[in-house]
Design a protein around this ligand. Structure first.
Ligand code: SAM
Length: 258
């Protein structure tokens, strides 16, 4: 809590390693993604050495959407430039559709261009919206994915409650997010890469180190594997489990609306 000049209390929260008023956090996050949108895909490849592609492929494999004629409706929240929705559409049957919902118009604009270039605009729609108050009816999706998105949301519990609400009974939740590296030595290399290499790469490639410092710091503030699994259970999901990727640098959490 912080007291302003009128001595009223304002809740604070973390923005990377900084404490900021809760009401300002989302605006700061939006500035980060507005600044990096044009270079986001290139930076993802450079920062992760292409690993994010393998992790996303794992997410799509676990989603296991129908390849035949069965209709299936995916909501990809914080879907940004469309990586998950594009992979899903290519991997699934013709009646599998997706909606990307993201709060950043700049990220969505890049996504729309990629979707048109892939000729998939009839199967993937883009909607601007906040994960904490999704602009969709309850019980309207077969699956919900969120990749590297939930740590950017101010109130994780609200985003999880919304995920639960918009899923149909029997629907599946899948979250791909950075997590705690649990392999000795790899964790030290990962620290060096995160705090020394990534901000420099950001400065060199995108002309700004600050947004990339936020990305790294926000990863370290995010709840670790077990703690996040507890939050997913707390939102009402059943059969919650997680799988570590690359020694826990990232993890995929899954749960069912039973
Ligand atoms: N899912 C994409 C991927 O894996 O490449 C993009 C991930 S990017 C690191 C995080 C995304 O979360 C950004 O596009 C950002 O605009 C979005 N985001 C941040 N806060 C959000 C919120 N409250 N609701 C919806 N999207 C949000």
């Amino acid at each position: 809590m912080e007291h302003d000049r009128n001595n009223t209390c304002e809740s604070t929260t973390s923005f990377g390693f900084r404490a900021v008023p809760e009401t300002e956090r989302q605006g700061l996050v939006n500035q980060v993604f507005a600044a990096v949108a044009g270079r986001y895909d290139l930076m993802n490849d450079l920062m992760s050495g292409g690993l994010h592609r393998l992790w996303k492929r794992d997410l799509i494999t676990m989603l296991n959407a129908p390849r035949g004629e069965t209709p299936f409706r995916l909501l990809d929240v914080a879907g940004g430039t469309g990586d998950i929705a594009l992979r899903y559409a290519r991997d699934s049957g013709p009646k599998a559709t997706a909606v990307i919902c993201d709060i950043s118009p700049e990220m969505l604009e890049v996504g729309r261009n990629r979707i048109s270039a892939a000729g998939l605009q009839n199967r993937i729609a883009c909607v601007e919206g906040n994960a904490e108050a999704l602009p969709f009816e309850s019980g309207s999706f077969d699956a919900y994915t969120i990749a590297f998105g939930i740590r950017n949301v101010t109130h994780i519990d609200k985003a999880l409650a919304e995920a639960y609400r918009v899923l149909k009974p029997g629907g599946r939740f899948l979250c791909l997010e950075f997590s705690e590296c649990q392999v000795p030595i790899l964790d030290r290399l990962y620290d060096f890469h995160s705090f020394e290499v990534i901000p420099r790469l950001g400065k060199f490639t995108a002309g700004a180190a600050e947004p990339y410092r936020y990305l790294v710091e926000s990863i370290r503030r995010f709840p670790k594997q077990e703690a996040f699994a507890g939050l997913v259970r707390g939102a009402g999901f059943g059969r919650v489990s997680y799988r570590n990727l690359t020694g826990g640098i990232a993890a995929i959490h899954t749960g069912w609306k039973i």
